[in-house]
Design a protein around this ligand. Sequence first.
Ligand SMILES: C[C@@H](O)[C@H](NC(=O)OP(=O)(O)OC[C@H]1O[C@@H](n2cnc3c(N)ncnc32)[C@H](O)[C@@H]1O)C(=O)O
Ligand SMILES: [Fe+2]
Length: 531
Amino acid sequence: MKVLGLEGTAHTISAGIVDDNRIISNFSSTYIPKNGGIHPREAAIHHADNILPVMKKAFEESGLSPGQINLVAFSMGPGLGPCLRVVATAARAFSIKYGIPLIGVNHPLGHVEIGRKLSGAKDPIMLYISGGNTQIIAHEENSYKVLGETMDIGLGNLLDKLARDVGIPFPGGPKIEEFALKGDKLLDLPYSVKGMDTSFSGIYTAARNYIGRESIENICYSVQETTFSMLVEVLERALYYTDKREILLAGGVARNDRLRSMVSHMAKSSGYVAYLTDKKYCMDNGAMIAQAGMLMYLSGQRQHIMDTKVNQSFRIDEVKVPWINSKKPVISNNRGAEALISESQFYGRKTITKQRVEKEYRNQELDRKIRTERMKNEFNLIFRLKSNGINSPILYDFDKYNFTLVMQKLDGITLNKLIRSGDNYMAVINKLGQIIGEMHNLLISHGDLNPNNIMVVGPDIYLIDPSMGKFNCEIEDMADDIFLLTESFKNLYSNYDVLENHFISSYKEKSTNYVEIIKTLDEIKQRRRYV
Ligand SMILES: C[C@@H](O)[C@H](NC(=O)OP(=O)(O)OC[C@H]1O[C@@H](n2cnc3c(N)ncnc32)[C@H](O)[C@@H]1O)C(=O)O
Ligand SMILES: [Fe+2]
């Protein structure tokens, strides 16, 4: 079948035509703001002025006439309201005029589906990075799940804002990449990873403060090294948790060669296969919308014109994706997300040796800094937890030169496995709420409170790997812990709100500050992109 795709969520208006095998044509026009960021109304005017010319060009290039099209797809969201409405109106008009079906497509779905199509990836972990989004996505059952994402701005947005601060017009990413090639000094920037979530606004503020004091080349270099390392780290964690073997890099920022090489390097050294979307189709384009629309249509999805209302906060996890057959995750035990784990013995006791190995893909100075901090932090926080009566493995040895910790081997099952096995876990959830409440009363946050870091050992619950946690933590850190845990319930269990409610109610029994913490939790949920 032949599908016309129309895209215009933000800066670019584009028309693309695909068939079952290939991209037949694609044509775009990008709005460049005269000053400042994208102005939604001006962008919409640009799109309205240019939608017919780009469609005409796409048809000319394809050699097809509009009457030969079988389906028209358009990006229904997320994006800027006025821009979305221009595209939706054009798509509806085309559908009515030529009497063909109309389908509204989720924009991020377009990015990942064109990437899969062009690269041949089947069931990858996807790192989707654009101006508006930064997400780690994986398919499970009937939809794509967002395993982690930015807690504030998209990485592309950071790059565009930083570029604008030094007088570079949109899109800033490519120019930042050029400058970064000439930088070599790593400036100190916050490294903001929590579980599989990231945040970029603190990095933007810190980077902006270097303007005028450090060279623009070194600022760009440091921003890229830091943010890309964060993303490859969360990508690696996602691969570990899901046990998928393929990686797909998509979205506008995926054009960046340094990022591409870091992802390829990580994949190669860990035995994964990296698929990188063809650079030509990383930025917003009509072909990607056509491709996603075609898959939706072929899987039997139909929309009446009344169902095609634009949705500025449309999320990829709301779409049904039955065309992928993803395997059930199997968690491997011998390789942690960021460390080698081996069974060992310490004076006759069964132990685990955890070594944080060098990550060759990232800047070596940054790598040593992260590994040292994480290892020390894990040691200190486990010690604090245990001395306050919260179960955590006994520590036997610490070798800072080899980045190694030796700790008690726990004979138990992770909460992740327990929930997936369907065994009775409600009592565990209740108890966990109390433990986390007590931990927060001690002003300790865990930093990566996901069900893989919670071990159930007989009647007891143990917390493992608090290496990203904090002592003397803030309310925000505590709320982040709860956010991370309850979000991961969503990916584990369809009745996740039951788990969440049980957890929160037992947490409230113990926490002395829960009113403020829950208030902050609600703010975090609101702050999340496109919620
Ligand atoms: C909702 C939708 O409008 C939005 N689209 C979007 O942000 O445009 P996209 O084309 O996917 O990505 C553009 C971003 O990609 C960045 N970019 C382009 N080339 C780059 C490069 N070589 N290095 C780094 N960033 C680059 C740009 O600076 C810009 O921030 C999205 O996908 O979230
Ligand atoms: Fe995009």
